[in-house]
Design a protein around this ligand. Structure first.
Ligand code: SF4
Ligand code: FES
Length: 248
């Protein structure tokens, strides 16, 4: 198929940036979206032009690096997938496709389609961990009884890959789906109880410091999340936060 691509080009964080149109031809419907961008970049390199900068690593839906806003949707028109898992069969010959970076104050553009998502790392560093005795006297994890329901819910929360699509989709640039998932992952398990109070207070404080907005229950994040993280995790985070605030 032959396509017109309108892509956000921005040389540096200080540059104003603009949409630039490109043509690509003979694109196979079996290609992934990133492979299609690889074809364009080869064309640009051959023409001695600056290739499009975009983030990617695993290209199999695991690392959360591929953050593209495609035709106004985070990770494009398909559901339950990341940009690297999006295939060109979702588009038609002759289409014009708009490709932009995530847009949020807490995700400043570094270059073209690459944004700085270290704000999510700093939230994680503020409390997204447990302290474990690794002296050799560690208790066998299998000796701690955990209900199947709690284990399943914790595992579902732990599938968040930190891609930031929830933030990019939210009209308030809220990171509460991400933070809710990271807090739930521990709140549901006995191993997470020791630091539970500090964890939720510190992670929410860091989330606010980074400049993310608040949740107004629109639910767009849940729809665009490639891992199906549920809004239930935001409700759990709010309960954990209230409990910790009353204790504190
Ligand atoms: S909650 Fe979903 S959309 Fe948000 S960072 Fe995690 S995987 Fe990505
Ligand atoms: S490149 Fe790793 S999730 Fe897309």
């Amino acid at each position: 198929m032959n396509l017109t691509l309108k892509i956000w080009r921005q040389k540096s964080p200080e540059d104003k940036g603009k949409m630039v149109a490109y043509k690509v031809t003979d694109i196979s419907e079996h290609m992934s979206f990133l492979e299609m961008l690889d074809v364009l970049n080869e064309q640009l390199v051959e023409a001695s032009e600056d290739p499009i900068a975009f983030d990617h690593d695993c290209r199999e839906g695991i690392c959360g690096m591929c953050s593209l806003y495609i035709n106004g949707e985070a990770h494009g028109p398909d559901r339950g997938i990341t940009t690297c898992q999006l295939h060109m069969r979702m588009f038609n010959d002759g289409d014009t496709i708009y490709i932009e970076p995530w847009r949020a104050k807490a995700f400043p553009v570094i270059k073209d389609l690459i944004v700085d998502r270290t704000s999510l790392d700093r939230i994680q560093q503020a409390g997204g961990f447990i302290s474990v005795n690794t002296s050799g006297n560690t208790q066998d994890a299998n000796a701690i009884p955990i209900s199947k329901h709690a284990a399943d819910e914790a595992m579902d929360a732990a599938t968040c890959i930190g891609c930031g699509a929830c933030v990019a989709t939210c009209k308030n640039s809220s990171a509460m789906l991400f933070v809710g998932a990271k807090i739930s992952q521990y709140a549901l398990l006995p191993q997470g109880q020791i630091e539970a109070t500090d964890r939720v207070l510190n992670m929410v404080r860091q989330m606010d410091l980074e400049g993310f907005g608040n949740c107004t229950n629109t639910g767009a994040c849940e729809i665009e999340c490639p891992k199906g993280i549920s809004l239930v995790n935001i409700a759990r985070m709010n309960r954990e936060f209230l409990k910790a605030s009353l204790k504190g």
